[in-house]
Design a protein around this ligand. Structure first.
Ligand code: NAD
Ligand code: WQD
Length: 350
């Protein structure tokens, strides 16, 4: 049976490329809109190669209304998964206008274009950061959004509120807000993964670059948090599980209103536990030094994932060893990410 056509904004990025792959595997048609500011067309070529199915790529900006209108007039889009945005927390503090412009302005432009085209089904990439610093763990969707300490987090919170208001204003809208915890990992082929530009902000890409010899050592930010080993605790989940969560969320788009789900495993792991697991699986040493706490970091948070399980039938299925061995396979085979073609042959998951 022919499945519907999904617009994936930001589909050339980390989570978007893995989700596009899964949509193609599930039989959906996929149109990707991405301006490639932090994405790669090579990722999309690999998605097509792995799945054996074509997708449509449109290089364009989410804020460009004319581009969006043309896209909706040329493609019969059934639903939109909206990943496009800027995501570096530290950078957002110095560039608030860029972050509000892209993340909030881009989402407004998208919703206006969807409305004009009569497309009212939307899945939005939100973040656990919207719970704010004072929420008790585990985070549950019934908790209110908290204060945010940086423009990135504030932009996610503002888009969530905007989308709630939109769905209240017109019952044709059906919107799912997915609050991701800490996505890591890569496609098991080792051909698709996270390819940060410059120095990685996030823990796993940094560890992986140390393991592969691109960086000498890791700085562990803070050793005196009130956690078991003094380092911060996060809920890391596999990007393929996250991709499956988006496919599950499409099924929820038959209901009007806004529906919010945590996508996490429900389990917290410390920075040192991640380092030890990476050393064990890669069989490489990860030299590290303790460094001062990073501004804005919370000691520990993880998801209560039950709502997604009950209502979407979604559950993170992949464990820590899968997350790390898939990250390591990707990093080993592509030490410089998509910029080199060191290994372009397909490898099995084992
Ligand atoms: P990413 O940077 O790899 O992907 C984002 C994509 O959006 C990139 O390909 C980029 O080129 C594109 N893009 C940026 N601005 C654009 C614009 N103006 N027009 C068109 N395309 C544009 O990031 P990711 O990790 O895949 O994250 C995807 C989404 O999930 C983002 O909205 C991010 O805020 C959200 N999110 C990510 C995480 C995480 O830890 N990775 C956690 C929570 C939420
Ligand atoms: C994890 C832990 C660091 C790097 C961020 C965003 C969040 C979401 C996911 C988008 C922390 C420690 C890190 C390093 C370290 N993104 N660390 N040395 O901060 O939980 O979440 O990404 O929505 O909004 O804030 O993830 O991977 O940056 O850090 O010690 O070189 O690793 O201090 O404890 P974080 P992270």
């Amino acid at each position: 049976m022919q499945k519907s056509k999904i617009l994936v904004t930001g589909g050339a990025g980390y989570i978007g490329s893995h989700t596009s792959l899964m949509l193609l595997e599930e039989g959906y048609e996929v149109v990707v809109l991405d301006n490639l500011i932090n994405g790669s067309q090579e990722a999309l070529r690999r998605v097509e190669h792995i799945t054996g199915r074509p997708l449509t790529f449109i290089k364009g900006d989410i804020r460009d209304r004319a581009c969006l209108d043309q896209l909706f007039s040329e493609h019969d889009i059934d639903a939109v998964i909206h990943f496009a945005g800027l995501k570096a927390v530290g950078e957002s503090v110095g560039q608030p206008l860029a972050y509000y412009d892209t993340n909030l302005g881009g989402s407004l432009a998208l919703c206006r274009a969807m409305q004009a085209a009569g497309v009212f089904r939307l899945v939005f990439s939100s973040s656990a950061t919207v719970y704010g610093p004072d929420a008790p763990v585990p985070y549950h969707e019934s908790m209110p959004r908290g204060g945010t300490s940086n423009p990135y987090g504030t932009s996610k919170s503002m888009v969530e509120k905007t989308l709630e208001d939109l769905s209240h204003s017109d019952e044709r809208w059906s919107i799912v807000l997915l609050r991701y915890f800490n996505p890591i990992g890569a496609h098991p082929s080792g051909r698709l993964g996270e390819d940060p530009q410059g120095v990685p902000n996030n823990l796993l890409p940094y560890i992986a670059q140390v393991a592969v010899g691109r960086r000498p050592s890791l700085k562990v930010f803070g050793d005196d948090y009130a956690t078991e080993d003094g380092t911060c605790v996060r809920d890391y989940l596999h990007v393929m599980d996250l991709a499956e969560g988006h496919v599950s969320a499409l099924g929820r788009l038959s209901l009007p209103g806004t529906h919010v789900y945590n996508l996490g495993t429900g389990q917290g792991l410390s920075v040192l536990q991640m380092v030890e697991a990476f050393e064990r699986i890669s069989e490489r040493p990860i030299p590290y030094q303790f460094a001062p706490r990073r501004e804005g970091d919370l000691a520990a948070f993880w998801a209560d994932p039950h709502k997604a399980q009950q209502e979407l039938g979604w559950l993170a299925r992949r464990g820590l060893d899968d997350m790390i061995s898939d990250t390591w396979r990707w990093q080993r085979q592509n030490p410089h990410g998509y910029r080199t073609e060191i290994n372009t042959t397909s490898h099995g998951a084992s």
